[in-house]
Design a protein around this ligand. Sequence first.
Ligand SMILES: NC(=O)c1ccc[n+]([C@@H]2O[C@H](COP(=O)([O-])OP(=O)(O)OC[C@H]3O[C@@H](n4cnc5c(N)ncnc54)[C@H](OP(=O)(O)O)[C@@H]3O)[C@@H](O)[C@H]2O)c1
Length: 251
Amino acid sequence: MSKNVVITGASSGIGEALAEQFAAKGYSLGLAARSVDKLQALAQRLTQQYSIRVEVASLDVNDDASIPAVLNDLVARLGSMDILVANAGVAGSRRSGRDDLSVDKAIFQTNLIGAIATLDAATKIFLAQGFGHLVGMSSFSAFAPIPKNAAYSASKAALTNYMNAMRLELLTSHIDVTVIHPGFINTNLAPKMDKYPFVVTADVAAKQMVRAIESKQANVIVPALPWKIVKGLFQVMPDSLMSSLMKKFVK
Ligand SMILES: NC(=O)c1ccc[n+]([C@@H]2O[C@H](COP(=O)([O-])OP(=O)(O)OC[C@H]3O[C@@H](n4cnc5c(N)ncnc54)[C@H](OP(=O)(O)O)[C@@H]3O)[C@@H](O)[C@H]2O)c1
């Protein structure tokens, strides 16, 4: 029997590419986001191309009280849920002490509170059915914070930490927890993503992510190279060297 995966933020970028990769492997899909028209177009294409089942749902993760009902409805339509990917997220630039704090609040609401509420609702379903796999879309910035993106970087670091605590808490259950840390992926998350260093397409990234999810890895960096090496360098680099390197990027 085919497995069922529910993906939030499936209307574009990494979420859409994940939907395609899972579809190619015969999974049934539950796709959620605010842009239902985009989800419906994607569902129609994937259903025709891969002869799979696709259900779509309107979901705004900022309305965290609505999340359990949306997930329960998708599970009822699909029959069950094997994997939940909490992928919905936003980016946003803000200069500390200069710009409005509302920018940072909105980022934390979507990337952290929205993701936690999604994972929590899925955990409730998984505990009741006795199995499941939680996947969260963190970021490489959880390890290497990006200037003018303090809230984004911190929201992802918090999500990584939160999910790694969840894994420990769920050790005695049959619920797996995977945290994905993408490097730069060419999507519409931020302007000019195609100009970022070591950028890869969403399709390349999604292929690696699906492999990591299927092998139930705990913490994943995508693409692995060069980012695992960069992480190692950042861990041993003295703060003074990091500061002089970053100075030329921060005006
Ligand atoms: N691209 C990168 O380089 C990169 C690197 C590290 C991590 N990530 C993470 O990967 C995830 C996907 O981002 P992406 O790069 O694929 O960007 P994207 O193309 O902008 O996709 C973001 C997705 O999140 C959804 N979303 C945003 N706010 C939402 C809300 N309030 N409720 C429900 N859905 C919402 C959007 O759908 P609607 O607008 O239709 O709701 C869209 O489907 C994010 O969590 C991002 O932080 C990306």
